[in-house]
Write a protein that binds this ligand. Structure first.
Ligand code: SF4
Length: 443
């Protein structure tokens, strides 16, 4: 059997895509291996969202070159967003044989075969239809409890800072029957949580090609998945404030196994910045969505993404972000300082004019505030009881397990004979800003 080593960078969608690629290659006689030294084929599934993600990949390619010097027949391929963005320049690297964009993975076996004829292969064609709906990914996660399912690909939103629409193409929704089938198979294999993935899940819309009046939207899709079993937890990301309707919130409120957590990226609290980012909502509309979430699902955890120092951001814009954070009090946030990506709308039309030290200062202020809010949010949970799905053994203490609350907060607690995949009820006894300390209680 040929051996493939896959290294994955970036988001959960890339993790899922690497599992798809493995499934395609398994049919061609490849099996996964754990080191580059034992691999016949090395694939790097890449991310272009920030410059340092790409720099790491260039560094890894240089590292693979040392291995290739020992074994000339070693094949190296670059997959994913960077393949789509950097294109031929990647092929110029002496170690690279294959450059394959995210919609071309079905052609990988042919590209590998064709290397005998021509040492370099590239396919970066984007598709309007490819969803890989018929391919069951080979799961490579370690815990066997929680898995990702891609429900759509691409994005039509064109946020001005974002590279995704250029490297992953336009939005396509996947056939809901294939999504439900995949979730059922995971449940039957022992998985107890599925995380439905899309760049903008709220715009998921399946139109049956045989009967265009037969459609499925995202609120209906999460119900279909939730109905597989009350013992299967359903999570999803990412929601978009301009598209998140009340239907999704009512579905979440109706099914206890749809986790009460919404990741609702705001990016900035300033209307001027939101317009410049082309987010298509303003602060008032965003806050209206937050109030609606709290009205329909009072215990929902709300998390977000925030960018510090976007093009032309003033101190007033930055203060607006801080004040919005104070207003919402997010449970958690992913916070970044802006890094301009080539080929985006911002790169073509705006100036990246906030000095680096000032971006870092603003980001630190945002992080400091969020850490305070995360701690306050966790402190409010002390004394409460949550149902937790056990994911595995705590890294710090082998006698303890860890799992997540429906709101996606990590809990650690003494094992008491339980194992990964069990549901337990825990009472929170203490916390840090990142973790709930707890103990199992009888329910
Ligand atoms: S919604 Fe905006 S930020 Fe998200 S992937 Fe699409 S373009 Fe990028």
């Amino acid at each position: 059997m040929n051996k493939v080593f896959i290294e994955t960078y970036g988001c959960q969608m890339n993790v899922y895509d690497s599992e798809l690629v493995l499934s395609i290659l398994k049919k061609e006689g490849y099996e996964l291996c754990g080191s580059i030294e034992s691999a016949d084929l090395i694939l790097v599934n890449t991310c272009s969202i920030r410059e340092n993600a790409e720099q790491r990949v260039w560094g890894r390619l240089d590292h693979f070159l040392q291995e290739k010097r020992k074994r000339q027949d070693l094949i190296v391929g670059v997959l994913g967003c960077m393949a789509e963005r950097v294109k031929e320049k990647l092929l110029e690297h002496p170690v690279v044989n294959i450059v394959a964009g995210p919609d071309t993975y079905r052609t990988l076996p042919k590209m590998i075969n064709d290397i005998r004829e021509n040492a370099k292969q590239m396919n970066i064609q984007l598709s309007r239809h490819e969803t890989y709906a018929d391919i069951t990914p080979v799961r490579t996660d370690k815990n066997g409890v929680s898995a990702f399912i891609s429900i759509m690909r691409g994005c039509n939103n064109m946020c001005t800072y974002c590279i995704v629409p250029y490297v992953r193409g336009s939005e396509r929704s996947r056939d809901p029957h294939s999504i439900v089938r995949e979730a059922k198979e995971l449940f039957e294999a022992g998985y107890r949580e599925v995380n439905l993935l899309g760049q903008n899940v709220d715009s998921y819309l399946w139109v049956d090609p045989e009967n265009p009046t037969n459609t499925t939207n995202f609120a209906q899709l999460i119900e279909l998945v939730a109905l597989i079993s009350p013992k299967l937890r359903v999570r999803f990301s990412t929601s978009h404030p301009k598209d998140m309707g009340n239907g999704v919130l009512y579905s979440m409120a109706m099914y206890p196994n749809i986790c009460s957590h919404i990741h609702l990226p705001v990016q900035s609290g300033s209307d001027r910045m939101l317009e410049k980012m082309n987010r298509k909502y303003d602060r008032a509309k965003y806050m209206e969505r937050i109030h609606k979430i709290r009205e329909i699902i009072p215990d929902a955890a709300i998390t977000t993404d925030i960018i510090a120092g976007y093009c032309s951001e003033t101190i007033e814009d930055h203060k607006a972000t801080l004040s919005l954070m104070e207003e919402v009090k997010y449970d958690y946030a992913f916070m970044f300082q802006y890094s301009m990506r080539p080929n985006t709308y911002a790169a073509r039309h705006f100036t990246d004019d906030v000095p680096l030290e000032e971006k870092t200062r603003r980001l630190n202020e945002i992080i400091e505030l969020q850490n305070r809010h995360s701690l306050e949010s966790n402190q409010k949970d002390v004394g409460k009881v949550f149902e937790v799905l056990v994911e595995g053994t705590s890294k710090k203490n082998k006698e303890e397990l860890f799992g997540r609350t429906p709101g996606n907060k990590v809990c650690v607690f003494p094992a008491c004979g339980h194992k990964a995949g069990d549901y337990v009820h825990v009472k929170v006894t203490g916390c840090t800003s990142a973790t709930l300390l707890s103990e199992i209680v009888e329910q």
